[in-house]
Design a binder for this molecule. Structure first.
Ligand SMILES: *Cc1c(COP(=O)(O)O)cnc(C)c1O
Length: 386
C-alpha cells in the first residue's frame, strides 16, 4: 500500500465552510432557523424553482413527497433497479409495492420501453434516477406519466447540477429530490432538498417534516405569543439544521466551480479510456449534460483473467480507492425474497453489476492524481489481460 492513497471521494471543504459554521455556532441558533431559510432560498434560486424544502436526507425528501402524493398500501411505485435501495424503500414505508424496472444497457438509466410495460392501473408514481448524474429521458417519461395519470418524483441524488434539453434538473417534473450526503456533489454531511412548483405539495412537506406542525394554524392563533403550535397530522422529525445550512451555503457558492472541475476530469478520463477494449464507458446522450457525480466503468470480463472484486483489490493495492454503484435493488435479499425477483428478469442491470466500478472523480483531485488513476487502470488492464 502506497502512503499517498487516493480516496474514492473527499468532500470539497475549505475555509468558507469553516467560517460559516463558526458563525452559526456563535449565533446560538444551531437547529432549523434563519440559515436554513437562507439556504432554501439560495438553492431554489440556483435551480430556478419556486419551492425548496430542506430536510435531513434524500430518503426523508422522497418519503415526504410520496406522503404528499397520498400513496397508500395498494399502490405501485416504479423504480429502476440500478439505484441505491432508498429509492425503493420509500414505497415500502406505505406498504406500497416498488415495481423494479431494468435499465438501458448504454446509460444504466431506466429503460422507457420497459417502464411503459410495467405500468398498471395501480401505478401511482414513477421515480426516475439520473444514474451517475446523466439525466433520464424525461420528455418520454413525463409523457407516459401524463397519459396514464401518474406522478413523477425525480431522484436527483446524483444530478446537482445536470441539464436536460437546456433545462436544469429540478425544474422538469412535478417534484425533484436532491441528496447532500457526504459523497454527493454538494454535501452538508447529511441532508436533502425537495424542489417543486406545486404549492400544496410544498406546504404538506413543510408541515410533515416537523411533527405535522401547521405554521398557518400557528399564525392564526398566535395572539398569545410564540409558544403556541398546533399539530394537524402525525408528521416526522425530518428537519434540516442551521449547522448543515452553513455547509450548504458555502458549498452552493462553488457548486458550478466544482462541476467544472468534475467535467474536466471526466473529459480526461474519457479521452484516455474510450478506446481501451478492456473496459466500457457509459454512453452520454447529446441533448443533456451530466453532473459527473460518478465515473462508472464496466470491465470487459471476457478479456480479463480476474473478476471485478479482484480488480478493485488490485486498484486498492496500487493506492486507488474505487466503489460500486450499485448492487441492483433486485439482487438485495429483502427485495429478491419479498417480491420474488429473478436476476434473469433484469439482464442489463445484472450484467452491468458484475462488471461495474466507479473511479474517483471530485474537485479536490490534482492533475497528477487523475493521471495516476489512468496509468494504474490501463496498466492493470494490460497486466490481467487473458
Ligand atoms: C445517495 C442516494 C440516495 C439516498 O440519499 P440520502 O441523502 O443518503 O438519503 C438516494 N438515491 C440515490 C440514487 C442515491 O445515490
Amino acid at each position: 500500500m502506497t502512503e499517498d492513497f487516493l480516496a474514492f471521494h473527499k468532500p470539497f471543504i475549505s475555509e468558507d465552510e469553516i467560517e460559516e459554521m463558526v458563525d452559526t455556532l456563535r449565533s446560538g441558533w444551531i437547529s432549523m432557523g434563519p440559515k436554513t431559510l437562507q439556504f432554501e432560498e439560495a438553492f431554489g434560486n440556483y435551480i430556478g424553482v419556486k419551492n425548496s424544502i430542506a430536510v435531513n436526507s434524500w430518503t426523508a425528501a422522497g418519503h415526504l413527497t410520496l406522503e404528499a402524493f397520498g400513496i397508500g398500501k395498494d399502490d405501485e411505485v416504479i423504480v429502476p433497479t440500478m439505484t441505491f435501495p432508498a429509492t425503493a424503500e420509500i414505497a415500502c414505508y406505505f406498504g406500497a409495492k416498488p415495481v423494479l424496472v431494468d435499465v438501458e444497457d448504454e446509460t444504466l438509466n431506466i429503460s422507457v420501453d420497459l417502464l411503459e410495460k410495467a405500468i398498471t392501473p395501480k401505478t401511482k408514481v414513477i421515480i426516475p434516477v439520473h444514474y451517475g448524474g446523466q439525466p433520464c429521458d424525461m420528455d418520454e417519461i413525463n409523457a407516459l406519466a401524463v397519459k396514464h395519470g401518474i406522478r413523477v418524483l425525480e431522484d436527483a441524488a446524483h444530478a446537482l447540477p445536470a441539464v436536460y434539453k437546456g433545462r436544469k434538473v429540478g425544474t422538469i417534473s412535478e417534484v425533484t429530490c436532491f441528496s447532500f450526503y457526504a459523497t454527493k456533489t454538494l454535501s452538508t454531511g447529511e441532508g436533502g432538498m425537495i424542489c417543486t412548483e406545486n404549492e400544496e405539495i410544498s406546504e404538506r412537506c413543510k408541515v410533515m417534516r416537523l411533527h405535522g406542525i401547521n405554521r398557518d394554524a400557528w399564525n392564526r392563533y398566535n395572539e398569545s405569543g410564540s409558544w403556541y403550535y398546533e399539530v394537524v397530522a402525525p408528521g416526522y422529525k425530518y428537519n434540516f439544521t442551521d449547522l448543515q445550512a452553513s455547509l450548504g451555503l458555502a458549498q452552493l457558492k462553488k457548486v458550478d466551480l466544482m462541476w467544472q472541475r468534475r467535467k474536466e476530469i471526466a473529459q480526461r478520463y474519457t479521452e484516455a479510456l474510450k478506446d481501451n477494449d478492456g473496459i466500457r464507458l457509459i454512453t452520454m446522450k447529446a441533448d443533456r449534460e451530466s453532473s459527473w457525480h460518478l465515473f462508472p466503468i464496466r470491465l470487459n470480463l471476457e478479456a480479463l483473467k480476474i473478476n471485478r472484486a479482484q480488480f478493485i483489490d488490485q486498484l486498492k493495492d496500487a493506492g486507488i480507492g474505487a466503489a460500486v454503484h450499485f448492487m441492483p435493488v433486485h439482487m438485495h435479499l429483502y427485495y429478491k425474497e419479498t417480491l420474488s425477483l429473478d436476476d434473469k428478469d433484469f439482464p442489463a442491470a445484472t450484467n452491468a453489476f458484475h462488471r461495474l466500478l466507479s473511479l474517483p472523480i471530485y474537485p479536490g483531485m490534482t492533475e497528477a492524481q487523475v493521471e495516476r488513476v489512468i496509468d494504474v487502470l490501463t496498466s492493470l488492464l494490460s497486466k490481467f489481460r487473458k
